[in-house]
Ligand binder design. Structure first.
Ligand code: SF4
Length: 117
């Protein structure tokens, strides 16, 4: 089976074709200009992950832009957002500070993407 997908690792957006065996394992990837495209296709077709970007509120209701420190499994995105949306963070925070540890028991922390006083 051939799966077609677009690499999202850089603005070139290479059109990828991945050949899968009957167990869903990736046999080969073509159309990529660099190794990142092959790695992306293999990950996307076996264990897709995404970096989650959102905002959380401080204790005085200021929005703090945040993201996951590392990509999380795609099926955990909703749980991560649910876990952090009612948390209230002490200010000030600096860009890169961990504001929530181990979001939704993924082992992945949430970090501020901007400093907020
Ligand atoms: S395969 Fe490489 S060059 Fe092509 S979109 Fe992906 S990262 Fe960019």
């Amino acid at each position: 089976m051939i799966k077609e997908l677009t690499c999202i690792c850089c603005p070139m957006g290479c059109a990828l074709k991945a050949e899968l065996d009957d167990k869903g394992q990736v046999i080969s990837v073509s159309g990529n200009t660099c190794i990142r495209g092959e790695n992306y296709a293999r990950s996307e077709l076996t264990a897709p992950v995404r970096t989650v970007t959102t905002t959380v509120l401080s204790k005085d209701e200021k929005p703090i832009p945040v993201k996951t420190k590392e990509p999380v499994p795609k099926e955990k995105i909703f749980e991560v957002v649910e876990d952090i949306k009612f948390q209230r963070i002490d200010l000030p925070v600096k860009m890169g500070d961990v504001v929530v540890k181990n979001a939704a028991d993924t082992g992945i922390d949430i970090v501020a993407t901007r400093s907020v006083d």
